[in-house]
Write a protein that binds this ligand. Structure first.
Ligand code: DOR
Length: 459
């Protein structure tokens, strides 16, 4: 039995109910029992509950990550379900959807069962597997989509690879309608990105590296939209990174195509200059250097693309923020740029990085929270991402003003591959509660028993 938990005195922001006020929340039997506006009086304390003091902190529904790589089974040297879910809890996430580019890939019931079983035994938050679109992720024939749906996948994707074959994509969109699940595509025309390792532009030219043009993404987004319109299937575009993609998605939504989209914290906050090292202090020409931790697919782009992505979020063209947490080993990254693996370890820095956009006035806080909670919940059709009475007791508590220095060595994730090492971020997760259980708690957070508080008041 989990002890009831009272979260007291925080700024409660729940975009699913349009709530933004101070108050108290009681979680009992793993679900939200009540949420009350704090009118200044002392809340009457229920007997035998834990009390978490959230004054000056933001209290919101637990974050949901639509897109992360937990690497298990098959790549346990990069991450496991145990380390990945611990990293997620530290980042404020209570649900993560894990991508199927594992070994074996999640393309049949046995692998879905394996992931779910591991998550139950070793995971500390909710893990929802995504199944493959194609058998073995080979892009040749459809995976057993019905079997995967029955086994409990929440979407289909061949992520890290696009679905190159248009006929296969058409059939995937058609067939997925039977199960009401979205097809998530990694949009990349590989004939245009072949051998590319970063954004096509002046930095690639200066470093002598092969570029990946924005059009490579946009061509696939346009094709997928055309197929979604034809088939009436549900399409979700992963990690949108270009202005042109935002425009295509905007027009598709206006036409009524069943399309949603996500953007990552790194595409919203970092530019291609980061590949050269610290963007705040670029190297002089004589000291050309690079940082493989900034090598990611799609690549970090330009300020112009970032502005369009932020506007896309604000206008509802982009529905959700997803981390694309892609942990890699040191060996995968400590090598020449062309040989390094693509990917950024993002679960533990997501909130801090995104809060930078709130502090600079580019995004407002309730909007940011909606993109991490109710919006991703809608995409996967789950009754989470809300603090409504009776919903699962998933809550994230963070200090919007706390500054901290990113130290990858201190990550719970095995993936230390972050381009933010040494950066000061403002915004820090203080506690994460999943199904009423505290799965992460900062050492500075005060947690007391209601009984002890009552005794103290009596004295
Ligand atoms: O940078 C990336 N890394 N992009 C992807 O699409 C896949 C991911 C990975 O699995 O490492």
């Amino acid at each position: 039995m989990i002890q009831p938990l009272l979260i007291k005195g925080g700024r409660i922001i729940d975009p699913s109910q349009g709530i933004d006020h101070s108050g108290n929340i009681l979680i009992k039997d793993g679900t939200i029992a009540w949420l009350l506006r704090d009118e200044g009086q002392e809340t009457c304390l229920p007997e035998h509950c834990l009390v978490l003091d959230a004054h000056r902190l933001v209290v919101c529904p637990g974050f949901i990550d639509l897109h992360c790589h937990l690497r298990e089974p098959g790549f346990e040297e990069k991450e496991t379900i145990a380390t990945g879910t611990e990293a997620a809890a530290r980042g404020g996430f209570t649900t993560v959807c894990c991508m199927p580019n594992t070994n074996p890939p999640i393309d049949n019931k046995a692998v879905v069962d394996y992931v779910k079983d591991k998550a139950r035994k070793r995971g500390i938050i909710r893990v929802l597997p995504i199944g493959c679109i194609s058998k073995g992720r080979r892009g040749e024939e459809l995976a057993e989509m019905g079997e995967l749906a029955q086994a409990g996948v929440v979407a289909y994707s061949d992520d890290s690879d696009p679905v190159r074959d248009s006929r296969l994509m058409r059939h995937a969109l058609e067939y997925s309608r039977n199960f009401g699940l979205p097809i998530i595509d990694h949009c990349e025309d590989t004939t245009l990105t072949e051998d590319g390792v970063m954004n096509e532009g002046w930095v690639a030219t200066r470093l002598g590296l092969r570029g990946m043009p924005t059009i490579a993404e946009e061509i696939m987004v346009a094709r997928d939209i055309a197929l979604a319109e034809l088939t009436k299937g549900r399409l979700h575009i992963a990690h949108v990174s270009t202005r042109g993609s935002v425009e295509l998605i905007r027009r598709a939504k206006e036409k009524g195509v069943a399309i949603t989209a996500e953007v990552t914290p790194h595409h919203l906050t970092l530019t291609e200059e980061r590949v050269m090292g610290n963007e705040a202090a670029p190297q002089p020409l004589s000291l050309l250097s690079y940082d493989t931790n900034a090598k990611v697919k799609p690549p970090l782009r330009t300020r112009r693309e970032i502005e369009a992505l932020i506007l896309g979020l604000k206008e509802g063209v982009i529905d959700a923020i997803a981390t694309d947490h892609a942990p890699h080993t040191e060996v995968d990254k400590r090598c020449e740029f062309g040989l390094a693996a693509f990917g950024i370890s993002g679960l533990e820095t997501a909130l801090g990085a995104l809060m930078g956009l709130v502090h600079s006035g580019e995004l407002d806080l309730p909007l940011l929270i909606s993109k991490l909670t109710i919006e991703p919940a809608r995409i996967i059709g789950k009754e989470i991402g809300t603090l409504r009475m009776g919903a699962p007791g998933d809550v994230t508590i963070f200090d919007p003003e706390a500054e901290w220095v990113v130290d990858p060595k201190a990550f719970a994730s095995k993936g230390k591959n972050t381009p933010l090492a040494g950066r000061i971020l403002k915004g820090r997760v203080m506690a994460t509660v999943c199904g009423g259980k505290i799965v992460f708690q900062d050492k500075h957070l005060r947690l007391e028993k209601s009984h002890d508080i009552k005794e103290r008041v009596r004295e």
